[in-house]
Design a protein around this ligand. Structure first.
Ligand code: SF4
Length: 444
């Protein structure tokens, strides 16, 4: 079958579809780039906010319109929480909740196409053509969460914590490295809870990957700022620079009063102490975060505390979200709901702070040399957005785009014929032009 996989939401959703894509290709199916080419489409849905749920419905309708003849399976958090609503969407053949998501390969194998006779003369595109330019692979290592943050619907949709065995993850990373991937990004609903159900922990997993794989880069995706072993950051100095010096630690708020109502398991002092401990052990570390603006009961003074907290930490990037009351969460029923217009004003204030802090972090690394994994060259429409003096000197020249080890996006001029795709090169960070960080590649 020709199969199209689509995902919304978190890195874990992407990791799940990438993993399913590899399984399906291994079973002889062809992965295609669009719903229009497919016999079967799978949408991994998201429900983290009301907006994400709306986008899921919109995308499902678009996929149905693009190819009414194709089968459509919807899985993921929105399908888990609102199964009947999803089943009523046009062209939906099957709704598969998170609890049965791991059986999708068998489910699809048992389905077949709507009209069975496939046009054998149709071109069969190369398998796995949609794998994030095959440079960085997202790896699902655990699912579920035992915490009960009062705003969070994910813990409801994903259920209890369950971890994959270290040996299985090591084998997958080695297989992906053999396929050419240069970076493994570990993902989960609650990465810090990895191993709680199998008498292991995240430290053991990372140590196992460092010892039993040769992939050049290992990165941690979102990591709740609690549950980390005190000696967790000792792994970095022992990793031969294979463990990436970047942590995404969702703070959610910088006011202890708000954190208490969110039922977060840390307060600002613990978060700052964790960051200090990490910075002491990990040279060149950058920290990014998520912050919810307008949580019920959040006063202007609380919000000012959050802005001051973010400024003290010096985040490299802040993902700012307006509070979204999700049915099934405690916070949806809390008193003191903040007006959406005020939530949006606070999000704007966080965006402005993010721009300022982000520039300061990037500027601080100008003059330093970092390893960059080159992922792509800019398309003409992307080049058009660059500052005028940044445009290529001649048509043959291209602009490469890559990620440093500490998660900074870097651009570089590449002379004609130079293709650095999926290569890691030492790169001198030369200047910050507007918001763009430029570098000079230090190898031929
Ligand atoms: S720790 Fe994260 S996934 Fe778990 S309930 Fe809290 S916000 Fe949700």
């Amino acid at each position: 079958m020709r199969i199209y996989l689509e995902s919304l939401g978190c890195r874990l959703n992407y990791a799940e579809m990438a993993g399913l894509g590899r399984q399906l290709a291994g079973a002889g199916h062809a992965m295609v780039e669009s719903a229009a080419e497919a016999d079967l489409c799978v949408l991994n849905s998201c429900a983290v906010t009301g907006e994400a749920a709306r986008q899921t419905r919109q995308l499902a309708r678009q996929m149905a319109r693009a190819n009414p003849a194709a089968r459509l399976i919807i899985t993921g958090c929105y399908a888990t929480l609102e199964g009947e609503t999803v089943a009523a969407l046009p062209n939906v053949d099957l709704v598969v909740g998170n609890a049965r998501k791991d059986d999708l390969l068998a489910t699809i194998q048992g389905l077949g196409t709507r009209d069975q006779e496939t046009d054998s003369s149709a071109p069969v595109p190369s398998p796995l053509s949609s794998t994030i330019s095959r440079t960085r692979a997202f790896i699902k290592v655990q699912d579920g969460c035992r915490n009960r943050c009062t705003f969070c619907i994910v813990t409801v949709a994903r259920g209890d914590e369950r971890s994959r065995a270290i040996a299985e993850i090591v084998a997958e990373v080695n297989a992906l490295h053999a396929e050419g991937y240069q970076e493994a990004v570990l993902t989960g609903v609650h990465l810090g809870g990895y191993g709680n159900d199998i008498d292991r922990d995240l430290r053991a997993l990372v140590a196992g990957l460092l010892a039993e794989t040769r992939i050049p880069r290992i990165r941690l995706s979102s990591l709740e700022p609690f549950d980390l072993a005190p000696d967790f950051f000792d792994l970095w100095p022992q990793s031969n620079d294979r463990l990436m010096p970047h942590l995404h630690l969702p703070a959610q708020a910088g006011s202890d009063a708000v954190l208490k109502r969110m039922a977060r398991r840390n307060r600002t002092a613990e978060f700052e102490a964790l960051v200090d401990a990490a910075r002491a052990r990990i040279p060149g570390l950058t920290i990014t975060t998520d912050i919810i603006a307008g949580f019920p009961g959040e006063t202007e003074a609380d919000f000012e505390q959050t802005l001051a907290f973010a400024r003290r930490i010096g985040f490299a990037h802040i993902h700012a979200f307006p509070f979204s009351a999700r049915a099934g969460t405690a916070a949806a029923h809390f008193a003191g709901q903040v007006a959406q217009v005020e939530c949006k004003r606070r999000v704007q204030a966080l965006h402005a702070l993010d721009a300022e802090l982000g520039r300061a972090v990037r500027a601080a690394f100008v003059g330093s040399t970092r390893p960059v994994l080159w992922e792509s060259v800019l398309a003409p429409r992307e080049i058009a957005k660059l500052a005028p003096h940044a445009a290529p000197a001649d048509a043959a020249e291209s602009i490469g785009s890559g990620l440093t080890d500490n998660y900074l996006r870097v651009l570089a001029r590449l002379p004609a014929g130079v293709d650095l795709h999926n290569r890691i090169t030492p790169t001198l960070l030369t200047q910050l032009a507007g918001d763009d960080l430029w570098g000079s590649v230090l190898v031929g």
